[in-house]
Design a protein around this ligand. Sequence first.
Ligand SMILES: *Cc1c(COP(=O)(O)O)cnc(C)c1O
Length: 471
Amino acid sequence: MNNRLYGNLIFELSKEGRKGYSLPRNNFGDYAIPASLRRLEEATLPECDEMTVVRHYTNLSQNNFGVDNGFYPLGSCTMKYNPKINEEMAALPEFQHLHPMQPADTTRGAQAVITLLERSLCELTGLARFTFEPYAGAHGELTGLMTIANYHRSHNDERRRKVIVPDSAHGTNPASAAVCGLEVVEVKSTADGLVDLEDLKRLVAAEGENVSAMMMTNPNTLGLFERQIPEIAALIHECGGLMYYDGANLNPLLGACRPGDMGFDVMHINLHKTFSTPHGGGGPGAGPVGVRKGLENFFPHVSPYHGNFAVMMRAYAYILTLGREHIKEVGPLATLNANYIKECLKDVYELPIDGLCKHEFVFDGLKDKSTGVTTMDVAKRLLDYGYHAPTIYFPLLFHESLMIEPTENESKETLDGFIEVMRKIAEEAKTNPEVVKAAPHHTPIGRVDDVLAAKHPIVTYRQLKNETTEV
Ligand SMILES: *Cc1c(COP(=O)(O)O)cnc(C)c1O
């Protein structure tokens, strides 16, 4: 990797008078821009030759890590391979150049895609209708909870303001409930990582008439299949609440079982995870929300048009490519790959909950705690070996969580390569812990202060005459 220019901003490469363009001769005469519209000071623009610009951006782009250049085992995120045919379909000019204000009778093809995608998702989930307005999973959760609130309101049941959320839930669940103005009540997990039914019974006995919904992820964020969904759903329905399914990560059960059949009433799906749109860094996404028959009348409007159409297009291409027959192989392969890694590493990494996992699993750091090497150190050291770090310090159930999701697409050779490196790091932790603790050594930037970067991100850059200042 050529990192010679890394760290330089294009402004820092600027040399007065350099040019990378030439404008054609003006054949239109001079028109004065009204003084009120003219800038008072010269704009600060970088002055660079074309080759400097090309190299600068090409070098920056090579510092990106993505599923197209390496293994990306980020648990809960489903960083799966994005088939290129999806991109071709989404880039067809007939779809790409659509405008949301176009007359409806000129967008029939796009409308058909949405209808057909809805039909496929209904079949995959066992629900009756979907809205495609939400732009992400968290947006879908909010939309789903608003749908449930509208339903309760229609029954004059407005005191239902509590949402039951397992303590293993994805952070967006309690956050969405809070944004919706609801109160989060946490239900505990048992020692084997599942919802504690006794704790739930206690909560329902105390709060039943105030329960709006229960939110669940299944398999949960520990990668474990919740075996008591029928009992849980019965408890919640009997007290008048609805069951919400966080289907952000639908990979393990695609075509194998359906949330609608398990007793869920409302769910969202992340098309950008399970249905293979490239994502990360905040977008693009789509979090369509599905509901049981009758609840579609309570959908709120959460975006001005139809949502993120290009993401829907990719999802539909993905579904058609696999077809009814092969979509059923996604879950078993994702599950096999996760279990393979888990079994090959559990003698050196601490596996707090043993047994079969689904699409992902969680280690609680290294088995040998005497080395002082933490999950953070392991994650940083993986970067030196060319792997993206797994999800770390989530879920919060363990102190040193390290959550791995390989997805269905990776070859045995890729998995073996990753396993070998994870074992090597465990060995280094014993023989040379300092090298792990000081990692990464081979990336453009070493260890940053994560808290400072998250709490005080520097997102603007201002140039003052000859000196440069970050503000
Ligand atoms: C990713 C994820 C979400 C949030 O989805 P976004 O599109 O990032 O908003 C919610 N729940 C679970 C279980 C997830 O994995």
